[in-house]
Design a protein around this ligand. Structure first.
Ligand SMILES: Cc1cc2nc3c(=O)[nH]c(=O)nc-3n(C[C@H](O)[C@H](O)[C@H](O)COP(=O)(O)O)c2cc1C
Length: 301
């Protein structure tokens, strides 16, 4: 019996463990069998190619990582022509493609292009980028924009539509409800928090751009609380991430209400972290004769 089976909206997975967008290349499959992952989530693509931000753009803090990679990617044309066929060739698990646009029109145009491409099982919509139509406010921070965007995207596709939320909001429940009302089939959270570190010898930020995105161990309590709040606000399933390094971390997120979890920064520290998390979860459930769905959202209190 597979105790770890799970589901995100329209997709069924053999494993509730996946990897966070931008943190995991297929070369990691040299270290473990990819089937321990329920799915593979690709790095966010944008309409135009992006060179990314100037270095230094990574800094390891005492409790996690600050990055300002800046969505470096080859753009959707190259993704569809070369990265997608390469990915499909290497993968025998479902592929979730992450994408991000700078306007609602651009998001829709990208989804239309992806829809006519073969080999994609679902989409993760990264709404943490600035919205050019809305004076640069990130899409993910405004419930009306999230609703409108999700509604337009869900009219284009019947595939799994995961809206990846930003944690940099005052009320995650409002945004989660807006995505659900717009037709999202599941939610992913959290993306990185704002973070900064300063070199006191030079007085300079450790990151060229000043402020970056903070991920890893330090954000786990925040991610857990936001997962808990979002899970209570909506009926659609949640793919949770933020500081998950071990099976014990993962279990906390399932108890808080996640149906699936992703490892991100952990992959940089331990390339087999996802395999270890999968194994630990399996043992924990077997010892208690439970299935994953028996514990999802079952936090006491
Ligand atoms: C180096 C790096 C690159 C990332 N690139 C992306 C990206 O392209 N798209 C995205 O949605 N999230 C991106 N993220 C955010 C992660 O997918 C994840 O949401 C976040 O790191 C929290 O999880 P973690 O603490 O397990 O890393 C990136 C994170 C890191 C550290």
């Amino acid at each position: 019996m597979n105790r770890l089976k799970t589901r995100l909206g329209k997709l069924h997975f053999e494993s509730p463990v996946t990897v966070a967008s931008g943190t995991f290349g297929t070369e990691y499959f040299d270290f473990f069998d990819q089937r321990i992952l329920g799915a593979y989530v690709s790095k966010t693509i944008t309409y135009e190619p992006k060179a990314g931000n100037p270095p230094p753009r990574l800094y390891e803090t005492e409790a996690g990582l600050i990055n300002s990679i800046g969505l470096q990617n080859p753009g959707i044309d190259v993704f569809i022509k070369s990265s997608l066929p390469e990915l499909r060739e290497k993968l025998y698990i479902p592929l979730v493609v992450s994408f991000s646009g700078s306007s609602i029109t651009e998001f829709c145009a990208m989804l239309e292009m992806l829809e006519i491409s073969e080999g994609i099982d679902g989409y993760e919509v990264n709404v943490s980028c600035p919205n050019v139509e809305n004076e640069g406010i990130a899409f993910g921070t405004d419930p009306d924009t999230v609703f409108e965007l999700t509604q337009k995207l869900s009219a284009i596709t019947n595939k799994e539509l995961i809206i990846k939320l930003s944690p940099n909001v005052s009320d995650i429940a409002t945004i989660a409800i807006a995505a659900e009302a717009g037709g999202a089939s599941s939610l992913a959270l959290i993306n990185t928090l704002f973070g900064m570190a300063i070199d006191i010898e030079t007085g300079k930020s450790r990151i060229k751009k000043g402020v970056g995105g903070y991920s890893g161990t330090g954000i786990k309590p925040v991610a857990l609380a936001l997962t808990y709040k979002a899970a209570r606000a909506v009926k659609i399933p949640i793919l949770a991430m933020g500081g998950i390094y071990t099976w014990q971390d993962a279990l906390e997120f399932f108890y808080a209400g996640a149906s699936m979890i992703a490892l991100g920064t952990a992959n940089f520290i331990n390339p087999i972290a996802a395999a270890e998390a999968h194994h630990g979860l399996d043992v924990y459930l077997a010892q208690r004769d439970l299935r994953l769905k028996d514990i999802v959202g079952k936090v006491n209190g």
